[in-house]
Ligand binder design. Sequence first.
Ligand code: CA
Length: 628
Amino acid sequence: MKPFSLSFFTLLVCLPLVLSAQTKIERLEPAFWWAGMQDSQLQLMVYGENIAATNPQLDYPGVQIQQIIKVKSPNYLFLDLILAPDVQPGTFSIAFHQDDKPVATYDYELKQRKSGSAEREGFNPSDVIYLITPDRFANGNPDNDNTPDTKEQTDRSNKLGRHGGDIQGIVDHLDYIKNLGFTAIWLNPVLENNMQEVSYHGYSTTDFYRVDPRFGSNEEYQQLNEVADEKGIKLVMDMILNHCGSEHWWMNDLPTNDWINFPDEYNQTNHRRTTIQDPYRSSIDYKKFSDGWFVPTMPDLNQNNPLMARYLIQNSIWWIEYAGLEGIRMDTYSYPDKDFMSDWTCAVMNEYPNFNIVGEEWSPNPAIVAHWQGGKVNPNGYTSCLPSMMDFPLQIALTQGLIAEESFSGGLTQTYEMLANDFLYADPSNLVVFPDNHDMDRFFAQVNQDINLFRLGISFILTTRGIPQIYYGTELLMTNPGNGDHGLIREDFPGGWPNDPVNAMTGKGLTAEQKETKKFFKTLLQWRKDNAAIHNGKLMHYAPDNGIYVYFRYLGDQKVMVVLSKNEEEVTLDLSRFREILSEGEPGTEILTGKQLILDDELQVPARTPMIINVGKRKQRLSTAEIE
Ligand code: CA
């Protein structure tokens, strides 16, 4: 037997010292960091009983304690570190001293960054994002449906309960997602939501550094992206900086009096998002909007507190670096402090210049949405580094226009005229376009379950400017009663649970219409994948006339003509109007049918059917075998 090593001997000697200590570090966040980040500052939040009575010390080349911050609660200590640009990856001990004796230690690791980490490419117009509600997609691991340290138990019969979907279920479906032609996934929030009830949606964070164990572990989330990356699928993380869940661990012992807004009495936000830009707003309305709570179970975080601001910024960067994220979707973008949001976007984009972040501002007004995008010159001087916004105005115009009767100003013209507002945006090509999402009636319900309108709308989303996002199950015509009931909008994906009577993966139990829709998506998505004119081409559109909306996407010698007709019967379209972009007699291939066309004087347009035409001789349509 090998004699006791020196390190084992040291451990024996030190052990009683640690055990006899009065101070236990319950949390230290972020638990580790990386060497070689752009920002040389790192602030650690240390939590433990009476930790503020200690004096932390460390000795590691390239790491200096800049400042120790004590706050109202004695159980917190904030430690500002400066990391030298050439600091080496490694582990150092932070010793917390009291009366010159260490009473607690923490081994802090600076990890090695993956090569190319800073240069990672975010989602962009070449991508189509598949939006997944993780609890409702697929239960890949029934063993984690309930865990000993989480309150709400799984109940699949409760539409607002947890159904057991998880990260493993998504891993199991990555080939399904890839084969359809999606190149990115956005998951609704995966962080711990240890709430009593209705915790499945994930928007009530109770631990910003932990994946909810009912979805899996941090490591499983990291591995999900490793597998996704191998399949050419990017991962977009849903984040919420506006609020946390009322069961968040810090709610029982807030660091400061101003850690959250309205800490003493519930004050709900008025949801008046226009108070940000309104030149006539009253201060009370503005404060109530920005500082009021979203709902009673979601305390509003005070990002004006610099410790809170730093905590949130580091948390985002930690997840990007840890999980290898290719994007962030930011919830309720306008609700947190607007200057903080500007700082947050710039901090993230400073670390990852090619990254992408999309903000949610659920407004029908493009002037309000455009205000937030980076590069926008606002009258009030507001700027940020936010690359992308969700295009709610276009979503609303599209769906309302599809079900409206065609008239001079109604119908397809609503979409046409909404796009004309693109002059308001700093970068319309980077907006995320979508027919629906997890918060609204499913698109099929929004178009009154009219399969023709559905196909026209999806064709538009996948061919107009921007980055399309499709909600899970849309490819199967998943629908809901149209009353906005979230539990029914977020129904379980068929085949995600053992013994489901319908299985989207195998095709078992799908109706002919569902199979046809899946094929329709696959044809469009696979075609879109390699179509530079759709990704980066310019857009030229023609005022809708006689119930037909025509537009072109073009780049170099590539040209795509899209014809969307709402007419109940086949009509003849005179092509002479399009001569500035379409030469007489150009050949084309309609990609949904494979039909070869000669675009001379007229085009026969079938009733209520999208036509997507590759203009030119290039054969870009997949063979039937490739689509099946
Ligand atoms: Ca599960």
